[in-house]
Design a protein around this ligand. Structure first.
Ligand code: PMP
Length: 409
């Protein structure tokens, strides 16, 4: 699995300088790569909700009721009023409440990340990213010409204590810090309360924006919620929060939102007007009506129960078939386990293992695809959320066979 950028063969074309920074996504490319495979594959690669977790019957019913002329015309750039109203009502009782003058509805979390970078990042700006990280997010910063500074994570998330030294070594202060505070993609780790506070202090010291990317926060199935950045630092213009319905409802809807200071929100709206005018209107109405009918709470409760069982079952399968050949993180929510190969297996390249595993009928994301600097060739990400327990057991057996083949070969 490699990234492709065609600009080298297109040197004669009048491309913008930034075209060479459009590195593509190994994660996203795995969708078409896997779709093209003819044989049966257990898919641990994409971070998609389970098919069974999408309330399809209700969506069908709602779609029939919301499809009218008002959903076929342009909508307000900031989002459909009925979605914003229902969303605010829902969020009021969560760890992440917000207000109408702060919210803009977006085409998923990715558009939120793009808007954040478009507004805050100039070519040559320094952006701190976690290592490993969700590389579609770091790629967005790169597409605006950022220089990335990778910072380590441990079991309590981003190692905030390490940042001052890293920044001193870089010789300039960052413009932005890109963090995934809850059940981080890919590691599953959660940023501790003390580190959230320290990070806010550093952001103010450096006058850097915190791009707080939290698609999984509502999917905590163990432990207790930690305060969001915004609740720790209300009305903070240095906070840019990116949210999405992709993991809690369905990624194909492409509906998310950003939560920012009202002055930043006006820039978000201006930027979005030069981008796509408004987010898909029927999709917004479907989500609004789903929340209005009161379905979201019980839906999320069901997801949390199901994903907890799936995580536990996958960890048991890993112990059964791989024992101490891998170590795994133990997330309290979200979608992902991050495995690090141990002992003799640590010599196996997970990029190579990916090919062998695909032939055995199982897919994952190799570590280097989740690292801005291409590190972690001894690690891989498994999505435990999208596969039933029986299929996951089969998938882990196939992974063990692929690892055996790599060791022998
Ligand atoms: N951020 C993170 C950390 C994610 O895991 C994802 C989805 N994999 C996104 C952003 C993008 O979300 P969306 O599909 O809503 O664009």
């Amino acid at each position: 699995m490699t990234r492709t950028n065609p600009t080298r063969s297109a040197a004669a074309l009048p491309l913008a300088g930034r075209a060479s920074s459009l590195i593509g996504s190994v994660i996203d490319s795995s969708t078409s790569l896997l779709a093209a495979q003819k044989h049966d594959i257990v898919r641990f690669a994409m971070g998609s909700p389970a098919d069974e977790a999408v309330p399809l019957e209700e969506f069908r019913d709602i779609a029939a009721s919301v499809l009218d002329h008002s959903s076929m015309t342009y909508g307000a750039t900031e989002g459909e009023p009925r979605l914003i109203e229902n969303l605010l009502g829902y969020l009021q009782d969560t760890a992440d409440p917000t207000a109408a003058d702060r919210v803009t509805i977006t085409a998923g979390g990715m558009q939120g990340l793009d808007l954040a970078c478009k507004i805050f990042i100039d070519p040559g700006d320094l952006v701190i990213v976690e290592s490993p990280t969700y590389t579609n997010g770091s790629a967005t910063a790169l597409s605006y010409g950022a220089d990335l500074l990778e910072a380590p994570i441990d079991e309590h998330g981003l190692v905030v204590e390490a940042l001052p030294d890293l920044v001193a070594m870089a010789g300039r202060t960052p413009k932005a810090i890109y963090t995934i505070p809850n059940f981080q993609n890919p590691s599953g780790t959660t940023l501790s309360l003390a580190r959230r506070q320290q990070l806010l202090e550093l952001a103010h010291l450096w006058n850097a924006v915190i791009i707080d990317d939290d698609p999984y926060g509502l999917l905590r199935f163990e432990g207790t919620d930690l305060p969001s950045f915004q609740s720790l630092s209300p009305a903070d213009p240095l906070l840019f929060s990116v949210r999405t319905f992709s993991k809690i409802l369905a990624p194909g809807l492409r509906v998310g939102w950003v939560d920012t200071d009202p002055a930043i929100r006006q820039l978000v709206i201006n930027a979005k007007q030069a981008m796509d005018t408004c987010t898909n209107v029927p999709a917004q109405h479907i989500v609004a009506e789903f929340i209005r009918r009161g379905g979201l709470d019980s839906h999320l409760a069901g997801l949390r129960t199901e994903y907890r069982s799936r995580k536990n079952a996958m960890q048991q399968s890993l112990r059964r078939h791989l024992g101490d050949r891998v170590s795994s993180t133990d997330p309290e929510g979200g979608f992902f386990l991050w495995l690090t190969l141990q002992g003799a297996d640590a010599q196996t390249s997970t990029r190579r293992l990916f090919e062998t595993a695909l032939a055995e009928g199982v897919a994952f994301i190799p570590g280097p695809a989740l690292s801005a600097g291409g590190k972690f060739d001894d690690a891989l990400r498994l999505c435990f959320a999208s596969t039933t327990i029986d299929r996951a057991e089969e998938g882990i057996q196939r992974l063990a066979r692929a690892m055996d083949r790599e060791l022998v070969g």
